[in-house]
Design a protein around this ligand. Sequence first.
Ligand code: ZN
Length: 459
Amino acid sequence: MLKIYNTLTRKKEVFKPIKNKKIGLYTCGPTVYDYDHLGHAWNYTQADVLRRVLEYDGYKVKHVMNITDVGHLTSDADEGEDKMEKSAREKKKTVWEIADYFTKIYFQNRQKLNLLEPHIVCKATDHISEMIKLIRKLLKKGYAYKINDGIYFDVKKFPKYGRLSGNTLRKLKAGARIEINPQKHHPADFALWKFSPKGAKRQMEWLSPWGVGFPGWHIECSAMSIKYLGESFDIHTGGEDNIFPHHESEIAQSEAATGKKFVNYWFHPRFLKIEGEKMSKSLKNFYTLADIEKRGISPLALRYLFLTGHYRSQFNFTWDGLNAAQSALYKLYENTSLLKTSSGKVDKNYKAKFLQALNDDLNMPKAISIVWQLVKDKKINEGDKRKTLLDFDKVLGLNLAKIKKVIIPPRVKKLIAQREIFRKRQNWKAADEVRIEIQKLGYRLEDTKEGPRITAINR
Ligand SMILES: [Zn+2]
């Protein structure tokens, strides 16, 4: 029995699917105007864990994820430039080139982190007609109105507005900035469709019944999730920063249009901190997966690191923590690879404990500790141990099955190569220093006739 925290009710709830064993899962995908950073990696890894736990529990998941390639403005108040157009201007490329490039990088990174591919990936720019249809419905039902710069949703017509984020219309009005369009009925009213600025031609714009322009960011996710998952579905995921205004507005416009409850469970991993700090431009700490690989660290070490944190606690990424995760991961690989591959069966006792941790609101830190208990348990025979670890890996996603022998981390490999160069130059002092560094990482180096032989310390 899976229990999961629901942002909407602010409670851990027993998960009850709409349709028996079939689950609709929607993930707010990236806005593809820049490189995705570790904050994204954390968020999408936690959503991946959620999906894997559902599947491990025996559910059949239909996973849909969008790509936002238009309409996400630099300000949440529907003002400012489109992030895509701004990036294209700065990088002197077309918006379409920018979208293609960063989408490609994003999916490469997903693969490196071993995130399961969504069953449907949908681009906002491919669904303009669905959005127009939804906006038309909202206008017809009286939930939307037209002003000089676009079509807006009238939040006062939807009394539940603010329920997800805990905002009230009064609070939102008091906190609103003054430069907001005075034609708006309420400062929290949000754009469904924006007209292209007068006299300017956007690279991405479409003809609508109300004028040439582009969709608002929120309407994209409503139109696409309804198209692929139906008017009501089970789980919606996104970053903590998506709660308001994005998800709050998705609920309002979807429920206003369909008259049905939009989503039953809202899943939001908390923000990631970097070395104790919030990610920010001034601190230049928007690290990417490429930064990690540059240091000779495997992206799966990052995945392992993220599994040691709970999605609802604020996780603090540190380079020391990542190095330790890399060592732990390779120790796990080594332990798995040493086990006899003879037949075995999944240990029921351990599986029950593992499941209990997962189903308690995805308690991955606990699940990881159970993995290590199992590794160290001498009473379990090797065949069963291996079989059980591989079974757990359906959730962990660390590719344990692919490990056949002791794997040397890329960082250590680099050091070995470096040491060989020093040895050829007969610079014994430098060679020895590198050997000590390798030892510190948990590997012992012996020189043999066939070349250096490496073994792991601390089995
Ligand atoms: Zn979204």
